[in-house]
Design a protein around this ligand. Structure first.
Ligand code: GAL
Length: 943
């Protein structure tokens, strides 16, 4: 059997141990290596010390080689990109040979290991021509003892990396296939068997410490005056506990023979009590994200600065938890999580999702040939990461079905580290785990689970066991493209049911890959014969870490302090587990029609976690006949390691007054016929169709009714294969190809009444649309009434009207929700105000173009530019999109660069919109955000 197809773990690799910072001499072998890529496995010989590699390419290590022009990235979600015949892989197995010549410093001494922190997917390693062994388990470290082979002076390291191996069957995560030595390579002069296992509990206000290590070793915590032999348990009074909210770490050292290990100890106890997961006695609410390791330029070799930046962006958006989907991350990430404060679910590098497509036949998770490899992966995960206080749960892996190997992994973990609960979502019986977890359960199902009233398992004992567990959503609210909606409703369930301890949004980052033309590629852009297209674009942040609009929604929904106003009283509810509110300050602001008229500070009482308090609001300036809003914000009083003083943590807005209704337009003018046209005030209408063709001096295009939008990624997918997605249903119903038939155009008195029948070919579903135009001499006002006729079998994407105006508008000011977009089911973060933007900045450049950028509840908007000023008002309020391309052009584009400005600006006023939802992954869109065809009336004015 070829070694890369051996289903066992690697060979020649040392037993796993903790990733430790120590003063042991280290030599980083990162840098430029010689590299040769072959399409399949060829002869060796390159490992010889005097092999001539001068005609090989140079490649940085760490790296994912396809990101450097060798081969191509390839994306599949569940499908294995090779025939499913475990443990075998095709002959076409891209193989990268790597060589590095390095000098060992003359002072180097001691027993030495060669450590690889991550190689995808299988590596065979030689030092100075001597084979050290083979490693699999891409996102896991491997150490080789090199004492006998390392030479003073010149050394030659040779590594052969195969893209495919038996390990690939256990690494079928939904992400790019990116082979390479993608994490650090280091020589470390440390004893091969030295390890440290910190047990640091927090019990009854004291730290309870026991450090396992070499006999005779001593642990010191200078700031606590603790000096204790390893192996002994000591109780330390007065210790501050570690939590994601207050990540208190104590610097410690362990003196081992030949090395001094530096630790950062966090005291904390994770327990499940009465069916609730508690840390240090407090119920934890996971406001989490699933985080893959991805960089748009470097692939899986993520620079350390970027990891920190990712975590800072998360902290600034009230995210407090990370599931390391679906493999252990770079260990530096966990160090940062300890330091900055995150609850981490650390997941083993283990997924065999592609077997689902063949009914789980031959699943390696249930194949004894893969038992040792399965255990090896779990051991390497736990041993590497066991000292991180941030890790509060182990996860056996993701979507690997059920099987005896998973049970064995669970048993080993429970035995090795009973201090952390076990998680695995793939086995609904939860037989091996401590936490009930689901992905993409609907709101209704989560509610049932919250009541411990979920559908029972067949086995009553297992059912009772599962029913007594805490519940988390290891994935929820898929963020593919524009969306998801429905977050506040999930949050309300987490607040209502103690058992529902939050979840982890899918997912943190879009995995776009930067291409030479500056655009981001997704599945299918790299010549893959099998791929899953845009499904790899499903993050809360763009690949460059710029937040997508939904991240503002996340921040608002996850706010750890809730503010609400009733009358002249503000209520503050502290949702933190540990922190009181003393780190926050309150500010209020009054704005009349978006213009700030008064502001000031407000005293915030110290509210303990889990409690509420009220504050009397100050006297406000006298009311005007204008729409008045009060905004209150809770901000950080002082700088923190992750955000400056003044950073907003929570906010609320409340309406204080609405102006008395504007009088209906007083008839100023009557429609008059001019040649083929009808003229009403500033408006010119086509005399035959009744459509607006001119306004003031501008040529206008007018679409009397729109029911379609450029489908979002969620519109274009469905979870349930037996139903069509919305995009297809809308296309079948012809919403994207409506036809318009003028029924009547009547100029009578001071009104112009235009009746249009709107419908699509091959269906009787129609909408009778009646416009009644009037003018007071200045504004042109339309009262619009729509009435669905015939049989409608699909919801509408929107109910709107569109105008094309000259391209000479470049910006707009609006009074309504902003500054970001707002859709019916994703609008928590938007606040009523007066905002200004350019038309270009009004767009959200989703990597796959789709409906985007609608501002909600707009009262009025003014477009401006060389063309002049155009004012739009609506009653009731409308949603507004303004674009330099049509909806059809937006829908046809595959990348943002396909969108080129036309000779018009297209304005759509939506009286109603369909929500965004998150149906890509199961949860149905909540009514009333599902826009069912209905009678509706609305009014808007132009002028
Ligand atoms: C889950 C899976 C994730 C990702 C997600 C996308 O089934 O665990 O890795 O594929 O679906 O919706």
């Amino acid at each position: 059997m070829n070694y890369w197809e051996d289903p066992g773990p690697g060979c020649g690799v040392l037993p796993p141990r903790a990733a430790l910072r120590s003063d042991a001499p280290r030599l980083s072998l990162n840098g430029q290596w010689r590299f040769r890529l072959s399409p399949s496995v060829g002869a060796t010989g390159f490992e010889e010390v005097d092999f001539d590699d001068s005609d090989w390419a140079w490649l940085p290590v760490p790296s994912s080689w396809p990101m450097h022009g060798h081969g191509s990235p390839a994306y599949t979600n569940q499908k294995y990109p090779f025939s499913v015949d475990p443990p075998y892989v095709p002959d076409e197995n891209p193989t990268g040979d790597h060589r590095l010549v390095f000098e060992l410093p003359s002072e180097w001494s001691g027993s030495t290991v060669l450590r690889f922190d991550g190689v995808d997917s299988c590596a065979r390693v030689w030092l100075n021509g001597v084979e050290l062994g083979v490693t699999r388990g891409s996102r896991l470290p491997a150490e080789f003892a090199v004492g006998g082979v390392l030479r003073p002076g010149r050394n030659v390291l040779a590594v052969r990396v195969h893209q495919w191996s038996s390990g690939s069957y256990l690494e079928d995560q939904d992400m790019w296939w990116l082979p390479g030595i993608f994490r650090d390579v280091t020589l470390i002069a440390r004893p091969v068997d030295a390890d440290v296992f910190v047990h640091a509990d927090y019990v009854d206000g004291a730290g309870v410490l026991m450090v396992e290590s070499a006999p005779g070793a001593v642990v010191r915590i200078p700031s606590l005056d603790v000096v204790v032999p390893c192996g002994e348990t000591v109780t330390i009074p007065g210790v501050e506990p570690w939590s994601a909210e207050v990540p208190r770490l104590y610097d410690a050292v362990v003196e081992l023979p030949g090395e001094r290990v530096e630790l950062r100890i966090g005291f904390r106890t994770v327990e499940i009590v009465d069916g609730v997961l508690r840390v240090n006695g407090r119920r934890v609410l996971f406001h989490g994200v699933n985080r893959h390791e991805h960089d748009p330029v470097f692939g899986r070799a993520v620079p350390a600065e970027r990891m920190r930046e990712e975590l800072l962006v998360m902290k600034r958006h009230n995210i407090n938890a990370i599931r390391t989907s679906h493999y252990p991350p770079d260990t530096r990430l966990l160090e940062l999580c300890d330091e900055l404060g995150f609850w981490v679910m650390d997941e083993c590098d283990y997924e065999s999702h592609g077997f689902m497509l063949i009914d789980w036949k031959g699943n390696p998770a249930d194949d004894p040939r893969f038992l040792d490899a399965s255990l090896d992966r779990m051991r390497r995960t736990v041993e590497r990461d066991k000292n991180h206080p941030s890790v509060v749960m182990w996860s056996l892996g993701n979507e690997a079905g059920v099987g005896s190997n998973l049970t064995a992994m669970a048993e080993w973990t429970r035995d090795r580290d009973p201090s952390r609960p076990l998680h695995y979502e793939g086995d609904l019986s939860c037989a091996d785990v401590d936490v009930y977890s689901r992905m993409y359960a609907s709101h209704a199902e989560v509610e049932a689970i919250g009541k411990r009233a979920e559908k029972p398992l067949e086995d009553p004992a297992l059912d009772a066991r599962r029913r007594s567990m805490p519940f988390v959503l290891c994935e929820y609210s898929h963020a593919g493209g524009n969306g998801p909606g429905g977050l506040p409703e999930y949050e309300a369930l987490f607040d209502t049911y103690e058992r529902c301890q939050g979840g982890f949004l899918w997912e943190w980052m879009e995995h776009g890959i930067l291409r030479p033309d500056g655009s981001y590629g997704y599945g299918g852009d790299f010549g893959e014969e099998l791929h899953d297209g845009t499904y790899v674009l499903d993050g809360l942040v763009f690949p460059d870490l710029t937040p997508q609009p939904v991240l503002a929604e996340v921040r608002k929904v996850y706010e750890p302090v809730r503010l609400s106003v009733a009358g002249d009283v503000l209520t503050i509810t502290n949702r933190y587990a540990v922190l009181d509110t003393s780190h926050l300050s309150l500010h209020w602001e009054i704005a009349d029609e978006g213009e700030v008229v008064a502001r000031g500070p407000l005293t915030l009482p110290v509210v303990p976690p889990g409690r509420s308090a009220t504050v009397q609001l100050p006297d406000l300036p006298p009311l005007q006949n204008r729409e008045r809003w009060l905004t209150i914000r809770a901000v950080l009083t002082n700088n923190t390691p992750w955000a400056p003083a003044g950073h907003e943590i929570a906010s609320t807005q409340s309406l204080l007054t609405t102006p008395t209704d504007a009088p209906a337009p007083r008839p100023g003018k009557q429609p008059i016929r001019q040649a083929e046209d009808l003229v009403l005030g500033s408006g010119r209408f086509d005399g035959r169709t009744g459509r607006l063709v001119g306004l003031g001096g501008w040529e206008v295009a007018h679409v009397p009714l729109e029911l379609w939008r450029a489908p979002t990624q969620h519109d274009a997918r469905t979870w349930d294969a037996s139903t069509l997605d919305r995009k297809a249903r809308w296309a079948n119903a012809g919403l994207d190809r409506l036809q318009y038939r003028t029924v009547s155009v009547d100029a009578a008195g001071d009104e112009l009444t235009v009746v249009t029948m709107v419908g699509a070919a091959a269906t009787d579903a129609r909408v009778l649309t009646t416009y009644t135009w009037r003018t007071d001499g200045g504004r042109l006002t339309a009262d619009v009434e729509v009435e669905p006729l015939g049989e409608w079998k699909v919801p509408w994407a929107r109910l709107g009207v569109t105008f094309g105006v000259p391209a000479g508008f470049h910006g707009l000011t609006w009074f309504g929700l902003g500054p970001g977009q707002a859709y019916p089911d994703s609008r928590s973060a938007a606040r009523i105000g007066r905002y200004t933007s350019t038309i270009d900045d009004f767009q959200i450049p989703y990597l796959y173009p789709q409906e985007n950028g609608a501002r909600g509840d707009v009262r009025w908007a003014e477009l401006f530019g060389t063309a002049g000023t155009l004012r739009l008002t609506g009653a009731p309020h409308f949603a507004l999109t303004v674009r330099r391309w049509t909806t059809a052009e937006l829908a046809a584009a595959e990348h943002p660069a396909d969108l080129t400005p036309s000779d018009r600006v297209w304005i759509t006023l939506d009286a109603l919109q369909h929500g965004l939802g998150s149906p890509t992954s199961g949860a149905p869109i909540l009514p009333p955000h599902d826009l069912q065809p209905r009678r509706h009336r609305f009014r808007f004015s132009l002028g």
